[in-house]
Design a binder for this molecule. Sequence first.
Ligand SMILES: Cc1cc2nc3c(=O)[nH]c(=O)nc-3n(C[C@H](O)[C@H](O)[C@H](O)COP(=O)(O)O)c2cc1C
Length: 223
Amino acid sequence: MRHMDVYSAVRTRQSVRRFTDQPVPREALERVLAAAVNAPSGSNMQPWNVYVLSGGPLAHLKKTVAARVAVGDSGDEREFANYPPGLRTPYLERMAALGEALYGSRGVVRGDGAGRARIRAENWNCFGAGTALFCYLDRDMPAPRWADVGIFLQTVMLLLRAEHLHSCTQEVWAEYHRSVAEVVTPPPERMLFCGMSIGFADPAFTPPRVRRAPFSDAVTFLD
Ligand SMILES: Cc1cc2nc3c(=O)[nH]c(=O)nc-3n(C[C@H](O)[C@H](O)[C@H](O)COP(=O)(O)O)c2cc1C
């Protein structure tokens, strides 16, 4: 299935939050990342930097952050905001709908803080994945260069599909960026944007399809 067409890759990509323990072949990851660096970027800046963790280093990171979260440590000082203050329509509703899909599908109702925290904590185990990448960029890069990094990450996600692999991008790791940095030891000018768990989806668990707004909400043709 190496030659999956692009529409199929886009259609079958979804954030998978339960992986089997089947290891991700190193050669597949190398194929994906070697191809993904061909992603476009403004003035060919290629501002992405990824660190791929598995084995002992990833196990250590999972354990360290899970232990921090378990004692109520709310994380390191944030270097950037993920969302604007005072989230408004339609974004507020979209976030709420995702919460319903993620938590409701697991029988956790609104207002069950402990239940939500339990499900959210699965992030720190990379949802069972034995491989994760951590994506950094220089902290002085302005907004358009973040878009380059996003383009690169989506290229990775689609190529993973061509290798029968799935992923879940995780911005939550930035909340504990010091623990991640202890493992990957990035140069000081680099800042963690997100992690991405990578593996084979557990076929016993169907992730909820997160619906999108109609494309006419996002697209305007002017003829
Ligand atoms: C930059 C980025 C950060 C994300 N961070 C998280 C995360 O920390 N934890 C998580 O479970 N999902 C995370 N997601 C997954 C989104 O919730 C998901 O992409 C969205 O709800 C659409 O669902 P789908 O990917 O299944 O189509 C992230 C996605 C992106 C693109």
